[in-house]
Design a protein around this ligand. Structure first.
Ligand SMILES: C[S@@+](CC[C@H](N)C(=O)[O-])C[C@H]1O[C@@H](n2cnc3c(N)ncnc32)[C@H](O)[C@@H]1O
Length: 186
């Protein structure tokens, strides 16, 4: 096993401590990034960097970049170490802070074609409203925990599934994963 494979395996073993996505969800996200040829990805909720690492490994193939936001400095430091160890830190911008103000104050000039939402569940609806203007037409939103935290994410799920400018599905991956495509806009 090389260092990346060893790191992924170690992170999969400690996933419950750091609230990481499942390996299956990681496989799915990697696949989606590759088939959509995503170029500019935003992640909300870095934790120790497991999902960021999965995203970055796919972006190495598409030639894209990742911006990832985390408000817990200790977790962000672990993520930065993991990104360096696996040689993906050159394509990742880590931002320390609360996702909503970071999006509103630091990312307004960015355009994303893939957004992964995995920060505090009650915030999903506000994250969605903040991300929507920055997402390209054809851009993809993936949100974790929509079944495990059904009540908290309800306003987000209800809105995105009823909007005509998005096509959304909930997939029966561990914890429930919502995938949506923005069909209209810039
Ligand atoms: C479910 S974990 C993320 C797991 C990570 N995506 C992975 O699978 O490897 C959620 C993380 O989001 C962070 N978080 C929660 N609410 C946040 C917010 N509003 N802004 C930034 N980070 C937040 C938490 O500190 C936690 O580390």
């Amino acid at each position: 096993m090389n260092i990346t494979e060893t790191t992924l395996k170690e992170l999969e073993e400690t996933k419950d401590r750091f609230w990481n996505i499942s390996k299956e969800t990681g496989d799915f996200i990697e696949f989606l990034i590759k088939v959509s040829k995503a170029q500019n990805v935003l992640e909300l909720g870095t934790s120790n960097g497991y999902s960021g690492l999965r995203i970055a490994l796919a972006l190495k193939e598409t030639g894209g970049r990742l911006t990832t936001i985390e408000y817990w400095d200790k977790r962000q430091s672990i993520a930065i170490e993991n990104f360096k160890k696996c040689g993906v830190d050159d394509i990742i911008t880590t931002k320390l802070g609360s996702a909503l103000p970071v999006i509103k104050e630091e990312l307004q000039k960015e355009v994303f074609d893939f957004v992964f939402i995995d920060a505090n569940k009650a915030g999903y609806i506000d994250f969605f409203h903040a991300i929507h203007p920055l997402l390209t037409k054809g851009g993809i939103i993936v949100a974790d925990d929509v079944i495990s935290h059904k009540e908290q994410v309800k306003p987000f799920v209800e809105e995105i599934t009823k909007r005509e400018d998005y096509a959304a599905q909930i997939l029966n991956l561990p914890d429930g994963v919502l995938i949506a495509r923005k069909n209209k806009g810039h």
